[in-house]
Design a binder for this molecule. Structure first.
Ligand code: 6MZ
Length: 363
């Protein structure tokens, strides 16, 4: 089944760039810093290779990852590799999110950080990357799936769109700076804003002005919601009516009611939730209830590197944990087209590609 899950076209809507770094790349970059004496490699190696981490430890690991990766060259390299890795397992549309960062010691601004991400997209060469937003009228429509194969003979194609993350550690001004940068970068495939970071830090009211502004300006919004118990914040987030929400682990009865009536799609990250113990086991995961009540959901990886997972693995996990057959898995994958933040032209091309794929897939 995992092999089959690899062959189906898939859509990834919740992947953090630095959380998706390859272990081998992280170790190589860390070794380099160890040789320069910036870090003690043997200490860092233990942290990187440790597999089970609580939510608190995950955020400590992110601080370490950022220490190792925040220079322009590494950001470009990681972006290139992450896109290649998703494409290799037949992800056909990737919404990649990342937190624009300043690093004065490397003369890095939020803008130059994002330029490095775009350089990384341009550097991908073993798959065609469609990342710059075309206006519908300008779209060429020369889909790479015209020959009746969605993968295989011709070069593969992956659509990549970017979401700029606001870290919950940031101030209102810093959040606003990120939104303005997103607006400036629309022509480079930035389609929205994400709110993420350590869920025990920061307050909703700090980010709200920037998120409101983003919405008014036509950016799509996704919010990490309910990663820790915070009933009031979850209500405020649902009232905001974001385009999607991520996780929804600590939701209470009235949150579920509100979520279901508003039909906000949920990005489900099974392995991440289990590893960080925000959900005790898959048999009590909210996937089952949302799936059976036909609420819009999409399977995602969150952080392939940090949680040693892949989107195919997440699909396989869902199939076995919730007893879903191939047809149902295919439908789940295809349904995600409805929740992407890119425009109607991309949606149509993806629909067409899924239709072609269904003729070839054994189901
Ligand atoms: C909340 C998360 C996260 O932005 O440097 N991030 N935020 N919950 C999660 N679930 C475990 N996983 C990742 O990628 C890493 C950053 O993404 C957010 C955190 O802010 C983390 O520092 P970028 O590319």
């Amino acid at each position: 089944m995992e092999e089959w899950c690899k062959t189906i076209p898939k859509i990834e809507l919740h992947a953090h760039l630095n959380g998706s770094i390859r272990d081998s790349t992280l170790l190589e970059l860390a070794r380099g810093l160890g040789e320069k004496g910036t870090i003690v490699f043997s200490d860092v190696e233990k942290v990187i290779l440790k597999n089970d981490r609580s939510l608190v430890e995950v955020f400590k690991l992110f601080d370490l990852i950022h220490l190792i990766t925040t220079d322009h060259e590494s950001v470009s390299r990681i972006t290139k590799e992450v896109v290649e890795d998703f494409a290799a397992e037949n992800v056909v549309y990737l919404e990649l999110r990342t937190t624009p960062k300043r690093n004065d010691s490397k003369a890095m601004s939020k803008e130059s950080y994002m330029q490095a991400v775009v350089e990384g997209l341009r550097a991908v060469n073993n798959v065609d990357v469609d990342f710059a937003c075309k206006l519908d009228a300008e779209a060429t429509g020369n889909s790479h799936y015209d020959n009746g194969r969605y993968s295989g003979a011709e070069r593969k194609k992956i659509y990549v769109r970017l979401l700029l993350s606001i870290d919950r550690r940031e101030s209102t001004e810093a959040a606003m700076e990120t939104v303005k940068l997103a607006l400036q970068m629309k022509h480079l495939g930035v389609v929205g804003i994400d709110l993420s970071g350590n869920p025990v830090i920061g307050e909703w009211k700090t980010f709200l002005p920037a998120l409101k502004f983003a919405k008014e300006q036509g950016l799509s919004i996704t919010l990490h919601s309910g990663e820790v118990p915070n009933a009031e914040e979850v209500h405020a987030m649902l009232d905001f009516l974001p385009g999607r929400i991520g996780h929804a682990c600590y939701f209470e009865e009235d949150h579920w009611r509100k979520l279901k009536s508003s039909k906000i799609p949920v990005e489900i990250c099974l392995t991440s939730n289990i590893r960080t113990e925000t959900i005790p086991s898959l048999d009590v995961h909210h996937f089952a209830d949302l799936y059976s009540s036909e609420h819009p959901i999409t399977l995602c990886t969150d952080d392939t590197g940090v949680f040693s997972t892949s989107l195919s693995h997440e699909y396989n996990l869902a199939a076995s944990a919730f007893g879903l057959a191939k047809k149902e898995m295919y439908r789940l994958a295809r349904n995600a087209v409805n929740f992407i933040f890119a425009g109607s032209q991309v949606k149509e091309e993806l629909e067409e590609m899924f239709a072609l794929a269904s003729k070839e897939l054994e189901m």
